[in-house]
Design a protein around this ligand. Structure first.
Ligand code: CIR
Length: 264
C-alpha cells in the first residue's frame, strides 16, 4: 500500500512517541540536572500532539519506552525527506536502540537508508534548505556522518555541508527553518553569514532557546515561553501555534525533537 493511500485525508503524518517514565535519566550536555515531572511533561506533550492534529497532521503515536529515557525525542532517530528516509545512529550510546522502533514506524512511508558506524548522527543536527542539508558537527554528529549522508543521498541530488556546533546541543537548537527562504537563528550560537541567501530572523537576546520551531507547510509550532521572539515571527506574517514546552526543555529537548514529519 502506498503512503498516499494510508493517509488520503492529510498532507502530513507526524510520528511521535509518548514520554518515557524514565525521562529523569535523560542525557544532558549543556544543562544542569533538575527534577523533571513525568506528569507535566506528559501533559505538555499531549498538548503538542493535539496541536499537530489541529493543523491537520495524522499522528502516529508510539508507545512509551521504559528503558529508553530520551525516546520521546523521535527527531534524532531519523531524517525524513520527500524521496527517502535516513535511519540515524544517535551519538549518545544510551539512545542508539531508539532507532529500532522508528525504523518499523517509517517503513510504510519511505524507502530507508541506514547510517552505520563509525558515523554518528542525531536528526536534531540537520537543517535542510531545499536540496542542501546542513549537518551540525556537534558532540553527537561527526564527519563520517557527513560522508555517508553525502554518498547515500547523492542519487537524490542532495548536497551535505558541515557546520561546527559548539555552544548548544544540536544545530537545530541554534537555527531552524520557518518559511520559504526564512531562518530563525540565535546569533550567539551560530553565524548568520553561513546562510547568505536566506532572510534571517534573530531570536530575542533574552530568550536563549528560542531558535527551534517546527514548520509544517505554512504552520509553525512554537514554544509559548518565548513571547518576544514569537512577536518577531508574527511580525513577518508567520502563522504560529504556541504550546508550553518547559518540562521537556529541562531534558534539553525543544519542539522539533518531539516529531518526525512526513509529507504524504
Ligand atoms: C539528549 O541529550 O539527547 C536529549 N536529552 C535531548 C535531545 C533533544 N533532541 C533534539 O533537540 N533534537
Amino acid at each position: 500500500m502506498s503512503h498516499s493511500m494510508l493517509n488520503s485525508m492529510s498532507n502530513y503524518t507526524a510520528i511521535t512517541r509518548k514520554v518515557s517514565p524514565a525521562i529523569e535519566k535523560c542525557e544532558l550536555t549543556h544543562l544542569v540536572r533538575e527534577p523533571i515531572s513525568f506528569e507535566v511533561a506528559t501533559q505538555q506533550h499531549t498538548a503538542y500532539v493535539e496541536c499537530l492534529k489541529s493543523i491537520g497532521c495524522d499522528v502516529v503515536s508510539l508507545e512509551a519506552e521504559a528503558d529508553l529515557p530520551d525516546s520521546v525525542f523521535v527527531e534524532d532517530a531519523a531524517l525524513v525527506l520527500d524521496e527517502v528516509a535516513v535511519i540515524t545512529r544517535p551519538g549518545a550510546v544510551s539512545r542508539q536502540a531508539e532507532v529500532n522502533t522508528i525504523r518499523v514506524a517509517l517503513k510504510p512511508y519511505r524507502e530507508l537508508i541506514e547510517i552505520e558506524a563509525p558515523a554518528t548522527l542525531d536528526g536534531g543536527d540537520i537543517v535542510r534548505i531545499d536540496k542542501t542539508i546542513y549537518l551540525g558537527l556537534s558532540t553527537r554528529s561527526n564527519q563520517a556522518a557527513i560522508d555517508q549522508l553525502a554518498e547515500r543521498l547523492r542519487p537524490y541530488n542532495y548536497t551535505v555541508k558541515g557546520i561546527e556546533v559548539k555552544d548548544c546541543l544540536h544545530l537545530k537548537s541554534a537555527v531552524s527553518i520557518v518559511g520559504k527562504d526564512i531562518l530563525l537563528l540565535n546569533p550567539a550560537w551560530i553565524d548568520a553569514s553561513l546562510f547568505p541567501n536566506m532572510t534571517i530572523i534573530e531570536t530575542d537576546p533574552s530568550e536563549d532557546f528560542a531558535a527551534n520551531a517546527v514548520l509544517i507547510g505554512e504552520d509553525i509550532i512554537y514554544p509559548e515561553e518565548f513571547p518576544k521572539t514569537a512577536a518577531k515571527l508574527r511580525a513577518h506574517g508567520l502563522k504560529l501555534h504556541t504550546v508550553l514546552a518547559t518540562e521537556l526543555a529541562k531534558a534539553e529537548g525543544a519542539v522539533t525533537c518531539c516529531s518526525l514529519i512526513i509529507k504524504n
